[in-house]
Write a protein that binds this ligand. Sequence first.
Ligand SMILES: Cc1ncc(COP(=O)(O)O)c(C=O)c1O
Length: 380
Amino acid sequence: MTAYLPNPRADRGLAYGDGERQVLSLAAGDRACAEIESWPGYAPTPLVRLVGLAGELGLAALLVKDEGARFGVGSFKALGGAYAVRRLLAQKEPAAEVVVTCATDGNHGRAVAWAARTFGCRAIIYLHERVSRAREEAIAAYGALIMRSGGNYDDSVRRCAEDAARNGWRVVSDTAWPGYEDIPRDVMQGYTVMVREATAEMRATERPTHVLAQGGVGGLAAAVLSHFWESLGAERPFFIVVEPDKADCLYRSAEAGERVAVGGELDTVMAGLACGEPSTLAWRILERGADCFVSIADDWALKAMRRLAEPAGGDARIVAGESGGAGLAGLLAILSEPALARRAGLGSRSRVLVFNTEGATDPGLYDSIVGSSSSSRRRT
Ligand SMILES: Cc1ncc(COP(=O)(O)O)c(C=O)c1O
């Protein structure tokens, strides 16, 4: 059963103000774009129009921004973690003496390790016990030192911060907490490049009426929302945050009217979204700007991966990891219940934008979910 919560604090008339602009802004986004576009290997990722699937779902259009091939790192995280590392190294010389560190479910650590290799510093990456071997190997391949910690993602964030404070390493976290916000701000600002590429490529008639973004700590969703909110104000698309029901800290925070944590194992198949505590920075954007929050069962993520792997009616095939397809998973979950679709205003005139935030970042798991017929055609 999908849980659907219209944001009780949403205020579509509220202008994007100084408070929000201190977190993310179009002006800082210009700088992030200029920097990231100058990196070797930069290319915009594809904006895929799924005409067949939109028809099947009874929508006017369905656009997928496919981040699977971003810088060869496998996910949109290459924009954020790497941008933060680059900015940090610009202030500290020489790079070879800097050690960057972070805790990760896989993708952020891979991005930080890639950036350390690309820009010439060292990386130490913390993985909690549920992070798969395949994801560990992808990080280690960039020469990063791996530290395994017990517990869940949030425990590994704390352990990383403690060790860094003792050793003088620089924490490059994708989540913010009280007193630690500068670097995660850069991480989130880097993500906005993806939205700018998508909107630049859209025809005026394709402008989305709805956007669904998946939430871990909320950084990705806040980055996407901030761009639309600052540039379109009250005319922005209806914005839906999608989370796994086993790690729905943003949904719970919206319900509680304040930032709250969810504990426990967080054992969702959507590994990148297995976060129990919202980022302070992300929450500042989402708490008033998001229109609604949905909390979905793991099954929907698997369905979304398969729909993208075995496309309908002439659509292009998209390789989506378990967290990558979660925005589409939320859409499928809402559309499966006519009452929810009505509440979200989704119907035959809707143009929907979702983000495939990762490719097959755990290839064995991907193959086991979509089936071997798809594995020979995998392309990440
Ligand atoms: C593939 C993927 N999608 C989405 C997210 C969610 O991003 P955030 O934690 O900023 O909400 C993550 C986070 O790791 C991820 O790996």
